[in-house]
Design a binder for this molecule. Sequence first.
Ligand code: OFO
Length: 172
Amino acid sequence: MINERMQNEINDQINAEFWSAYLYLSMSAWFTQKNLPGFANWMYVQYQEEMTHGMKMFRYIHERGGEVKLKPIAKVDTAWKSGADAFTATLNHERKVTSLINGLMDTAHELRDYATINFLNWYIDEQVEEEANAEDLLNKLKMIEKDPAALYALDKELSTRTFVDETVAPAE
Ligand code: OFO
């Protein structure tokens, strides 16, 4: 049975993951409106990933005999000054999520909840990748945003990103 404080903090994180999903879905809409379908696709895949991050926690609380309590999703921005501005917001947001995951890990250590420590390790690794991806695209955008041909090429490249649910083990 999961400790109630741990359960409540994971419930808060489910909300944060679903909020992330909503943010990236909003960015996907904005990139579509800016005629950058590849970036819109990248953000749409990001939205799908965030939903799986929340659902992995949702399943975990139940596996540990706890209660999932869903909360309202706060509103998100719907417009950004530029692509680089959207990716700056993405990077800042992912850094914040990393600190939230670290906070959950602190609680798990404090409670000596070894199962949750093990569970959260997946998110610690995932956040390294999330920050690196956002930073990489932000740097590229800063370099090419005023160069339509390069922007077009990067947009085309990002249109190939496909969604893979990394929270479930691949089928044997
Ligand atoms: Fe769930 O990794 Fe981004 O927020």
